[in-house]
Unconditional design. Structure first.
Length: 490
């Protein structure tokens, strides 16, 4: 150590020299303090604290905050205490206290800021690429547009920070606290956010391609229009989150909690939603073609106008869900629960719904052509005006269901329970359809034979057959009761 320096008496004097208007004096003072710290472990903490304090004091000045980037003097201090790999090593176990400092556009690439106090610091547009910020306090910090690529932010406290438009690609934020932070338009591609707290965070239009958000807390977070393609969100908490218009194509949301979330118009094509909680979620007009929703909970969800083409929904619970005008073409829904759901005017062409529960379900006007409902329970279901041409209804339970004005042409009715079902004005493909029910071993034949008859009719300009109630005779006159008569073709 320079013997001309008297330690610690000279530390205070040298610190005062940092304020000298002569820049060469400033730089010499910085170097003197650094030499003291380098050669004397006893005074290392004091030197470090004084340098941090000086940075805070200078950058708090109103005039300084007009600068676009740190002064040469401030940047030089930052290099020595946290940024320069060869010089900062002597301070490696001392956390920096730079809270409320104004460090816009600072060059802190690869800086050691572990456990640093950076509360309310301004690091907007700064270069923090590869920096170590593990366990640092960045609450209320301004990190807008900052470069944090590959940075280590594990366990960092970033509550309420502004990271809008920041680049966090390939950064590590495992178990960090980002509650209420602003990450709108941020780049979080390939970022590790496992177990991170993003409760109420703003991720609107953020890019999270291939990021890991498993076990993350995104309760009530705003992810509207965010790009979440191929992201891992398994077991994440997204309760009440806003994902309207988000791109979740191929995303893993298995066992995640999305209850009461907003996924309207979101793209979930090919997404994994196995055992996912989507109860009371808004998925109206969402795209879910080829998605996997096996054993998913969709109770009371709004799925109106959504597209589920070729999706896998076996054993899913859709009881009470609204699927009005939804596209479920060729969907696989074996053993799914659709009881009391609304599927009016929906398209289920070629869907596989064997052994599904559709008790008191509304399927009025639905297209069920070539659907497989073998063994399904449809008791009390509304099928008025439904298209069931070529449908497999073998062993299905249609007791007390309303099939009025439906089309049962070429439907497989073997072993179907029709006791008692409303078949009034239903279209069929053959004149002996009622008598064939005996061969098909249906239940409720006696009631159908007593109540209905088949008449020739017209449909789409072609000859067809229709079931109607038999004409009743008046008990008093023995004449036809005209109120019960329906003319063929009407």
């Amino acid at each position: 150590m320079d013997r001309s320096l008297r330690v610690p008496q000279d530390i205070k004097y040298i610190v005062e020299e940092l304020d000298n208007i002569n820049e060469s004096v400033n730089l010499e003072a910085i170097n003197k303090l650094h030499r003291i710290a380098k050669h004397s472990e006893e005074f290392r903490q004091a030197v470090f604290d004084n340098l941090c304090s000086f940075v805070r004091k200078v950058t708090l000045e109103e005039e300084y905050r007009m600068r676009e980037r740190p002064s040469f003097k401030i940047q030089n201090i930052l290099n020595l205490i946290v940024a320069d790999e060869t010089e900062r090593v002597i301070y490696k176990d001392i956390p920096a206290d730079l809270h409320e400092s104004y460090l816009q556009r600072a060059i802190l690439k690869g800086a050691d800021l572990r456990g640093a106090d950076l509360k309310a610091v301004n690091l907007s547009k700064s270069n923090l690429k590869g920096a170590s910020l593990r366990g640092a306090d960045l609450s209320q910090a301004d990190l807008r547009g900052a470069d944090l690529r590959g940075a280590d932010l594990r366990g960092a406290y970033i509550k309420g920070a502004d990271l809008s438009s920041a680049n966090l690609s390939k950064a590590t934020l495992g178990k960090a606290n980002l509650k209420g932070s602003n990450l709108s338009k941020a780049n979080l591609s390939e970022t590790d956010l496992n177990g991170t707290n993003l409760n109420g965070a703003n991720l609107c239009e953020a890019y999270l391609g291939e990021a890991n958000l498993s076990n993350a807390n995104l309760n009530r977070a705003d992810l509207s229009r965010a790009d979440l393609r191929a992201v891992n969100l398994s077991k994440a908490n997204l309760n009440g989150a806003n994902l309207a218009g988000a791109n979740l194509r191929g995303t893993n949301l298995s066992e995640a909690d999305l209850s009461k979330s907003n996924l309207s118009s979101a793209n979930l094509r090919g997404a994994l939603l196995i055992r996912t909680n989507l109860s009371e979620a808004n998925l109206s007009k969402a795209e879910l073609s080829k998605a996997s929703l096996s054993k998913a909970d969709l109770k009371g969800a709004d799925l109106s106008g959504a597209t589920f083409r070729m999706a896998i929904m076996s054993e899913a619970d859709l009881s009470g869900a609204d699927l009005n005008e939804a596209d479920l073409t060729e969907v696989y829904m074996n053993e799914a629960n659709l009881s009391e759901a609304n599927l009016s005017n929906s398209c289920l062409t070629g869907a596989k719904m064997g052994w599904a529960l559709l008790i008191r379900t509304n399927l009025s006007g639905a297209n069920l052509s070539k659907v497989n409902l073998g063994g399904a329970i449809l008791s009390g279901t509304n099928l008025t005006g439904a298209n069931l041409t070529g449908a497999n209804l073998s062993e299905a339970n249609l007791s007390k269901s309303d099939l009025s004005k439906s089309d049962l042409s070429n439907a497989d009715m073997r072993g179907t329970n029709l006791s008692p079902a409303n078949l009034s004005e239903a279209f069929i493909d053959r004149p002996d359809w009622i008598s064939k029910l005996q061969d098909w071993k249906c239940t409720g034949i006696e009631d159908i034979e007593r109540k209905y008859e088949v008449i020739e009719s017209k449909k789409d300009g072609q000859t067809a057959y229709r079931i109607r109630e038999k004409v009743k005779l008046s008990k008093t006159t023995g004449k036809k009761n005209t109120r019960a008569v329906k003319k063929p073709g009407k």
